[in-house]
Design a protein around this ligand. Structure first.
Ligand code: ATP
Length: 231
C-alpha cells in the first residue's frame, strides 16, 4: 500500500500538481489521467523515488518503497541503443541477481519465456534500432515480465502502438493485475480506462479527483489535442 498525504510532486521546489492525498492499495489497478502538463509523469517519477515530493509525504506499508518496474514514456527512451531484444529483456533480471553477477539457466529460461509470451520469439537477436514501434513496446513489456515487480508503473504504454498490439498489451497488464501486482498507468483513452481500470486518479491544474473510475471519469473528457499527442 502506498499512501500520499498532501504530497505535491514537482521539480526543484516548484509544484506541478495540487496536493494529493489517498492510497494505492496493494494489488490495485489505477489509471492516472488528465490534460497534458498536469503532472502525470512527474507523479510516477515521484512514486518510484526518482525525485522527492516538493512537500507532503509518501509512505509505504512495508516501511520502504516496494520493488518497482517502470515503463517510461516512449519519448524518453533511447531507441538507437546498440543492444539486441535479448539484451534489453535480460536487464529485467538485474534486480534479482545484481548487476555484475552472471545469468544462470533459470534466468535465461525466464527471459526466453517472456520474449515468447510477447510474440517476439523469432527476434531474440534483433538489434533494438530495427524494431517497429509495436515490437519495441512488446520488448519493454517482456522486460517488465522478467522484472515481475510488485509495483508496475506505466507511462502511456500504448503510444505509437497499433490497435492490435494495444489490445495484446492491455491483456498483459490485466494478467499482471490478476497475479497480484499493483498497476499504476498513465493513459489518455477514457474508453480503455472505463473498460479495464477500477480506480482513477484525475490530475487537474486546480484540483485532483481520486476514486472509482465510474465516479471520476465523468469529470474529464480528453481533448483532441491530448488524444493526438498520445497517439
Ligand atoms: N525535468 C523537469 N524539470 C522541470 N520541469 C519539468 C521537468 N519535466 C517536466 N517538467 C514540467 O512539469 C510539468 C508536468 O509535466 P509532466 O510531464 O509530469 O506532465 P504530464 O501530465 O505527464 O504531461 P503529458 O500528458 O504531456 O505527458 C510541465 O509543466 C513540465 O514542463
Amino acid at each position: 500500500m502506498i499512501t500520499l498525504k498532501q504530497a505535491v510532486p514537482g521539480y526543484r521546489g516548484r509544484a506541478v500538481t495540487s496536493p494529493l492525498s489517498g492510497t494505492f492499495l496493494t494489488g490495485s489497478m489505477t489509471a492516472v489521467i488528465g490534460a497534458n502538463g498536469t503532472g502525470k509523469s512527474t507523479l510516477l517519477k515521484t512514486l518510484i523515488q526518482l525525485q522527492p515530493p516538493v512537500s507532503g509525504h509518501i509512505s509505504f506499508t512495508e516501511g520502504s518503497a516496494p520493488r518497482a518496474a517502470w515503463l517510461p514514456q516512449l519519448s524518453e527512451m533511447d531507441r538507437q541503443f546498440p543492444a539486441s531484444v535479448y539484451d534489453v529483456v535480460c536487464m529485467g533480471s538485474w534486480p534479482g541477481r545484481g548487476l555484475f553477477s552472471g545469468i544462470n539457466r533459470q534466468h535465461r529460461l525466464r527471459i526466453c519465456e517472456a520474449i515468447e509470451r510477447v510474440g517476439l520469439g523469432k527476434l531474440h537477436n534483433q538489434p533494438v534500432e530495427t524494431l517497429s514501434g509495436g515490437q519495441f513496446q512488446r520488448m519493454l513489456f517482456a522486460r517488465l515480465l522478467v522484472q515481475n515487480a510488485p509495483l508496475v508503473l506505466l507511462d502511456e504504454p500504448f503510444t505509437g502502438v497499433d490497435a492490435q498490439t494495444s489490445r495484446f498489451l492491455m491483456d498483459l497488464i490485466c494478467q499482471m493485475h490478476d497475479a497480484g501486482q499493483t498497476v499504476i498507468a498513465v493513459l489518455h483513452d477514457n474508453a480503455l480506462v472505463k473498460r479495464h481500470f477500477p480506480q482513477v486518479l484525475l490530475l487537474g491544474p486546480e484540483c485532483c479527483h481520486w476514486g472509482k473510475a465510474s465516479e471520476i471519469l465523468p469529470y474529464y473528457q480528453p481533448t483532441s489535442l491530448n488524444l493526438a499527442l498520445s497517439a
